[in-house]
Design a protein around this ligand. Structure first.
Ligand code: 0L1
Ligand code: MG
Length: 257
């Protein structure tokens, strides 16, 4: 099937919040490059319908997630304006089987490009870092996919929220920031920034390298979600999820039908 047709199918399922069979079950020989092309084509449909690219997200940045998909590489997706939540409130309407994961977001004030990028370049281009959460919602049945499937599905992106308080990039040693995620008062997940490729800044380096291969960059003003600090947990109607970022404050997320 032509990549454009697959992109249209994925876009339809994303916007209708309808489950989909893995595209790799019906399309032999799709490569990782094809999958990114499908991702790009589906994003173009959102943009043609009035949406706007505001950044990027890294996924599969922890060893645990890479093992669960059977890969040893991170992936990326596009962040659109329509995915950003103004408040930490998630409505399940329009989502299939959403999960939440804590992340550190970077916001940039300079362009970042090139395969020879270093963490130093990233720090010099970073305006601030912000505690965040991402709602991932794979469009595939049972949240089950191969690398190619998940890339084509924009790395399971659905929604994200940035906390009100931003911090200087120099204020915290981000690999050592501990995170505790509770559901309805009970600890569900714990982790530290080091779960993200050893240090969240490494995730930005990787993001820029991958974008450079296709002639793209992180642009000034863009936000990048660096990757899940803990396992993502399923959310249900009425859940109250609290995510405490050591020294960086707490996000209280409420979930409704
Ligand atoms: O943000 C992420 O790490 C998600 C990447 C895709 C894998 C998944 O849906 O768990
Ligand atoms: Mg994520």
């Amino acid at each position: 099937m032509a990549l454009q047709l697959i992109a249209e199918e994925i876009y339809r399922h994303q916007t209708a919040a309808e489950e989909l069979e893995k595209i790799t079950l019906r399309n032999d020989g799709l490569t990782v490059e094809d999958a990114y092309e499908i991702q790009q084509l589906s994003i173009q449909k959102y943009i043609a319908n009035g949406d706007r690219l505001i950044g990027w997200k890294m996924g599969l940045t922890s060893k645990a997630k890479q093992l669960s998909v059977g890969v040893d590489e991170a992936i990326y997706g596009h962040l659109l304006k329509s995915m950003e939540l103004e408040n930490p409130e998630v409505s399940l309407n329009g989502l299939i089987h959403p999960r939440v994961e804590p992340e550190i977001a970077f916001v940039f004030n300079k362009r970042l490009e090139g395969e020879d990028i270093s963490p130093r370049d990233v720090w010099l281009a970073t305006e601030c870092v912000i505690p965040a959460f991402e709602i991932i919602d794979s469009r595939y049945k049972n949240f089950s996919f191969t690398l190619v499937d998940v890339i084509a599905d924009n790395a399971s992106s659905a929604q994200f929220y940035l906390a009100d308080q931003a911090y200087s990039p120099y204020q915290f040693q981000l690999d050592q920031v501990g995170v505790v995620m509770k559901r309805n008062g009970e600890v569900s997940q714990t982790g530290a920034g080091a779960a993200v490729l050893g240090h969240p800044v490494r995730s930005i380096v990787e993001q820029v390298r991958m974008l450079s291969k296709i002639g793209k960059a992180i642009e000034p003003g863009m936000v990048v979600l660096t990757g899940g600090i803990t396992e993502a947990i399923y959310i249900h109607d009425g859940d109250r999820i609290s995510i405490e970022f050591e020294g960086m404050g707490e996000i209280e997320l409420t979930v409704r039908a």
